[in-house]
Ligand binder design. Structure first.
Ligand code: AMP
Ligand code: TRP
Length: 334
């Protein structure tokens, strides 16, 4: 890796099944960046523990996530690919960041509010979900990342990371690089097929979510029954035509064809034919992906890739944590 490249880091939690939203909003971006940036991509498995999860499911999700990363084209020769829990510095710096954050800023996080509003007994809100952004800040700050490519829902957490870094730097002297979020313009928020005003999400297992590894026939059915909008024009108008616009974004992201060109292509076409075309593109894309995932899972290559990635990440993370331990007074200041 050349030193002149800017550094980027991002991760995905191995909770639930990966969705088309994860692919278009996050993973596809990583692939795009791997040549031009020094990229670190990890499996945020410690974050998966912030809400209850079955150990067997966590193991399977972790295996699926690394396989999907590889199948989508993340190249372990170019990218540092690792599992968060393999690099113990994440948990350690996460603790330090939790000690340098406050209840006010953590309770203002939209994701925290969303995820806990469904819990009726507030006393039972798991502490992990509350301090989650402190761990996420540690994930980023450990590596002096310049940029953090994420979907729009994570922007607030990266902004909090910036605040925590600036606060730490001014309190203990310059220690952390202050990172910037990178949100892709198109596809930052893929919507649910059945409720296009909502985000397509892995926690909401409904007919509106396309899972990357699910049966292609099921995927086709979901797209064919996607909610479309009044009228019959196939144009990009997220406000008045959220359903059609979402399908256009999906088609454009997977085919590489600009939305304006798609609008021309679909002029005069009915919704049924339009959806069939989107379904063809999605299924063709995911068939290739699913075949590769199966190949990777039976190749036995995963363990070594993760071990190599963890060794590289640990090298960087341990240097940074040492510095932090010195700054805060846990180690001799030499
Ligand atoms: P999560 O599934 O919440 O762990 O998210 C992993 C990554 O995928 C994050 O960068 C999210 O912002 C992104 N992501 C998740 N769902 C979507 C969606 N529906 N549209 C775009 N990006 C998404
Ligand atoms: N919180 C992110 C999510 O839910 C995952 C994540 C954890 C992450 N640590 C990160 C993303 C560091 C970018 C950088 O999607």
């Amino acid at each position: 890796m050349e030193e002149t490249k800017k550094r980027m880091i991002s991760g995905i939690k191995p909770t639930g099944h990966l969705t088309l939203g994860n692919y278009i909003g996050a993973i596809k971006q990583f692939i795009k960046y791997q040549d031009d940036y020094e990229l670190l991509v990890f499996i945020a498995d410690l974050h998966a523990l912030t809400l209850p999860i079955d150990p067997k499911e966590l193991r399977q999700n972790t295996k699926d996530l690394i396989s999907v990363y590889l199948a989508c084209g993340l190249d372990p020769e170019k990218v540092v690919l690792f599992k968060q829990s393999d690099v113990h510095e994440h948990a350690e710096l996460g603790y330090i960041m939790a000690c340098n954050s406050n209840m006010g800023e953590l309770s203002r996080m939209t994701q925290y509010k969303d995820k806990t509003q469904k819990i009726s007994n507030k006393e039972s809100i798991p502490t992990g979900i509350f301090i989650y952004p402190a761990l996420m800040a540690a994930d980023i700050l450990l590596y002096d990342a310049d940029y953090v490519p994420v979907g729009i829902d994570q922007k607030q957490h990266v902004e909090l990371t910036r605040d925590l870094a600036i606060r730490f730097n001014s309190h203990y002297s310059d220690t952390f690089k202050v990172p910037e979020p990178v949100i892709n313009k198109q596809g930052a928020k893929i919507a649910s097929l059945s409720a296009p005003e909502k985000k397509m999400s892995k926690s909401e297992s409904d007919k509106g979510t396309i899972y990357l590894l699910e049966d292609l026939n099921v995927i086709r059915k979901k797209i064919m029954s996607a909610v479309t909008d009044l009228g019959h024009e196939i144009i990009y108008d997220p406000e008045n035509k959220p359903g059609v616009s979402n399908l256009l974004v999906i088609k454009s992201s997977l085919s590489g064809i600009a939305i304006s060109d798609l609008e021309k292509k679909y002029e005069g076409m009915g919704y049924g034919e339009f959806k069939r075309d989107v379904a063809d593109t999605v299924c063709e894309h995911l068939k290739g992906l699913q075949d590769k995932v199966r190949e990777i899972q039976s190749s036995g290559a995963i363990d070594k890739i993760l071990a190599d990635g963890a060794a590289k990440a640990s090298y960087l993370a341990s240097k940074k944590l040492n510095k932090v331990y010195r700054k805060v007074g846990l180690r001799a200041n030499k």
